[in-house]
Design a protein around this ligand. Structure first.
Ligand code: NAP
Length: 481
């Protein structure tokens, strides 16, 4: 199996591939069949401290590396990702379960982030500001933040790290990354790729193991100047609290509860296609997944009919099989969580019009599910589903739709299908979300700032803002000239 070349069963610390100090390991399994894939080190505080030391030592020389040399390394990193796209995608599918086509797309977008930030690195411009008095010059300059601690989730094990590693390296920061325990290999592969293209030792370090111990060492260290996290809001809040003692910069990409609004004047086919990609991509396990589908009364029944027809066609299976559109869920807890949402909806008067339970394939496969008659009293109105369950709500007026859409602590992505340009502007002004897809169910792109408001997070990934998050702003006042 070609992907094994990238499957590192050790941690990268100071340029060396090493195990945990006590030799402890964690098993990694394939969610498609529960089979063991391999093990990774169960590292803790001591190993993480060494990784932080290595990143601290490597920082001054890396920060001072000629810009075009740093950019050149990013170009090589981009090419290495694309040259090995098939192997890296297979590794991703084997540890995470998503269909191979989606995994290939994930590697490709990761590479695009690398290229984007290689371009942005050349535009990390400061400014000269007019001084209020004569004889003074005011210069504003940009500088790498320093050592960055990164913690990432299992649902996009490669690209969530891409959006952090690429801007960090572009800015001249050094890295200590901790991938999710369920999907460590795609994270470790970033270490292998960085080594292969020639990053100096200590610039990229990757540790796997106990989340509390590794995150604890990052939090406690005054040398770690920034924590960037993608994951649940609950853990994000802990990390914000933990960063307070050493006043670190924080970037938080947290949970979502995306509303997907379909107005009477929408193009029905496009709205259904948008809902399919937004809802069922990655088996519904994305932070920007449509969590609540609100459909205006006039188009409601036609929309539900088409959504059910399209959902019924979905092929469920091992992500490595041809034509599979929905893989397994990550684990049994995830399956039980979705079952809980279905039971709650049934109890409160919802109708399960398609699916609703575990798939005949067994394991962690779940049926693509559609529930109608959804109401704000049901749990999925306020909680993130993270599974292949599409709840359809009915609404009558635009004002009602906006009010229901905003009735959540989250504010990551939202979507709306309408032919009315004026409405599109009103929605942009009225919806409290960091990202809005108008007539699009797939909005992630390297040029745009990805990120949420409210309890969905702080900071942006992608766009020019994505580099800014890894830079400090300094001001120099030159007097007497
Ligand atoms: P999670 O449980 O918060 O885990 C994310 C990462 O945090 C993992 O590496 C995990 O390590 C680590 N972690 C767990 N407990 C920790 C603790 N007490 N201190 C420090 N680190 C800790 O989230 P998940 O279930 O993997 O991912 C799903 C969540 O991520 C969803 O809420 C989703 O919306 C969100 N997400 C957000 C975005 C975004 O861009 N906004 C993108 C993708 C996903 P272990 O694996 O070792 O437990």
């Amino acid at each position: 199996m070609a992907f094994e070349r990238w499957m590192k069963e050790a941690n990268l610390i100071a340029g060396d591939w090493v195990g945990a100090d006590d030799g402890a390991t964690v098993d990694v399994t394939n969610p498609a069949d529960g089979a063991a894939i391999g093990t990774v080190p169960k590292a803790g505080r001591a190993e993480t401290r060494r990784a932080i030391e290595a990143a601290t030592e490597a920082f001054p020389a890396f920060r001072d590396m000629a810009l075009m040399e740093r950019v050149g390394l990013l170009w090589k990193l981009h090419d290495a990702l694309m040259d090995n796209q098939a192997e890296l995608a297979e590794l991703l599918t084997v540890e995470m379960g998503k269909p191979l086509a989606e995994a290939k797309g994930e590697i490709a977008i990761g590479a695009q982030y690398v290229r984007w930030f290689a371009e942005e690195a050349r535009r990390a411009k400061g400014e000269i500001v007019p001084a209020g008095v004569n004889g003074r010059r005011i210069l504003v300059t940009k500088h790498a933040v320093g050592v960055v601690g990164m913690i990432t989730p299992w649902n996009f094990p490669s690209s969530m790290l891409a959006r952090k590693i690429a801007p960090a390296l572009a800015a001249g920061c050094t890295v200590v990354a901790k991938p999710a325990t369920a999907t460590p290999y795609s994270g470790l592969a970033w270490g292998a790729l960085a080594q292969e293209v020639g990053y100096p030792k200590g610039v990229v370090n990757v540790v796997t193991g106990s989340a509390r111990e590794i995150a604890g060492a990052m939090m406690e260290s005054p040398a770690v100047r920034k924590i960037t996290f993608t994951g649940s809001t609950e853990v994000g809040k802990e990390l914000i609290r933990g960063s307070a003692d050493t006043v670190k910069k924080v970037s938080m990409e947290l949970g979502g509860n995306a509303p997907f609004l379909v107005f009477d004047d929408a193009d029905l086919e496009k709205a259904v296609e948008g809902a399919m990609v937004s809802k069922f991509r990655n088996a519904g396990q994305t932070c920007v997944c449509a969590n609540r589908i609100y459909v205006q009364s006039g188009i409601h029944d036609a929309f539900v009919k088409r959504l059910v027809e399209r959902t019924r066609e979905m092929k469920v299976g091992d992500g490595r099989e041809d034509g599979v559109e929905q893989g397994p869920m990550i684990d049994m807890d995830a399956v039980e969580k979705v079952e809980g949402f279905v039971a709650d909806a049934r109890e409160k008067g919802g109708e399960v019009v398609l699916g609703g339970g575990r798939h005949a394939k067994g394991g962690t496969y779940f049926e693509p599910t559609v529930v109608t008659g959804a109401t704000q009293a049901m749990r999925f109105a306020t909680e993130e589903i993270f599974g292949p369950l599409a709840p359809v709500f009915r609404f009558d007026t635009e004002a009602e739709a906006i009010a229901m859409a905003n009735d959540t602590v989250f504010g990551l992505a939202c979507y709306a299908y309408t032919a009315d340009l004026g409405r599109a502007f009103r929605l942009n002004e009225g919806l409290a979300y960091g990202m809005i897809g108008i007539n699009s169910g797939l909005i992630t792109t390297v040029e745009a700032p990805f990120g949420g408001v409210k309890e969905s997070g702080l900071g942006k990934e992608g766009g020019s803002q994505g580099l800014e998050d890894y830079l400090e702003t300094k001001y120099v006042c030159i007097d007497g000239i």
